[in-house]
Design a protein around this ligand. Sequence first.
Ligand code: ADP
Ligand code: MG
Length: 452
Amino acid sequence: MAEALPNRTWEAALGVLQLEVPKAEYLAWFQGARLVEASDGEFVVGVPTVFAKEIVDRRYRDVVTRAASKASGRDVAVTIVVSPAATPVTAPALADPAPRASAPSPSVGLHPRLTFERFVVGTSNRLAHAAALRVCEAPGHAYNPLFIYSGVGLGKTHLLHAIGHAIVARDPDARVLYVPCETFTNDLLHSIRTEDRGARARRFRERYRSVDVLLIDDVEFLSRTETSQEEVFHTFNALYSQGRQIVLSSDQPPSEIPRLFARLRSRFESGLVADLQAPDLDLRRAILETIAASEGAQLPSDVADFLAHRVRRNMRELEGALRRTLIYAELSGLPLTPDTAARALDGLGAASHPRPIAARHVLDRTAAHFSVTLDDLTGSRRDAPTAYARQVAMYLLRNDSSLSLPEIGRTLGGRDHTTALHGCRKIERLIQLDDRLKNHIETIRAQLADIA
Ligand code: ADP
Ligand code: MG
């Protein structure tokens, strides 16, 4: 096992990677990666599945090597291995052909870093934090289910993991399972589609219904399939009737999740629904200081101020900005000042810190790329190619321009903000699965960069 120093270097390398690889890809392939071993000039990086290993080897080995070398300050070689323990974020997929006869190991899928100790409390999140703590004191009794919702990067996943850790700390035998809703759904579909489906379906049920605490992240994903809603409903009832704790997260409150069965909604609402709001300046500053301290860095208060003003909406971006600044200062030998931070962030590529791009250019380029007219893009046509182009435009406007969701809706012909949000989400998800879509978006971005 690696000692502390290589681990910090690996964290730094992840920071670099996070800035170099588009976000969706980073989440898909590196969130579950960890340093398995580090020796003289070599990093062995574990990823959870054979599939992930193939992808990372084929597509990202160079960029990982560069990131690791940059973070170490010298050339290092990187080897990717399959390491089943490297599953901090997603539960091991059932696609794994190895039979899993025994009951699930006591706790699955918890990321060691995401604990209550590392969760900084402020005005915007203290309600959800307090509810989460209560759940740990009396699992199955205090609030069941606990339903946490917020926009991205505000700490939902962190709280779910923290609950898992705290329950296991109190009761080492507690069987805790963390699972992103998407993994749950994929497992389910897989268990239905394969040939020995009786056995697989049984294993699926055993897996999800034999736990003491089930943490399902991002349940908004359920709006996509009725089959998984049905299964979540039964899983919920099975656990609930035995007094097992259920914690759910989503980007919307239950009442706003599109196409959610009424009976699921009422169950989701039957415990406590708590939200996390955007962090205020104080909390952003406190988080920066906590992260810096955990990295062993001294963060001058003017630099904390600068970063806290610069990144307002999302803790993940805040962390990325801090990591980038620390690495930049270290590698360049410059003192840690607001000016150095500004330089570190200004060096970012278009993908991570874009200069806002005019909406008009986004519409023009997107329409041209997909061979639809501007009128169609902003008009009422609903055929698949036009709708697809429109959703890509929504995604680009959301990520690369400074428009808000309601503005995006208006720009695209007077649609409302939920339509815009839905479009952005859909593209975010598809990007992870579809290389062609990724290429479309990169091509349009390259053209936009030429204009800007
Ligand atoms: P969400 O699931 O809501 O999108 P995450 O839980 O993934 O957000 O949080 C994004 C990042 O910000 C994570 O690295 C998380 O550890 C960090 N983070 C979020 N909220 C806090 C907090 N209150 N204190 C410390 N770190 C936080
Ligand atoms: Mg999350």
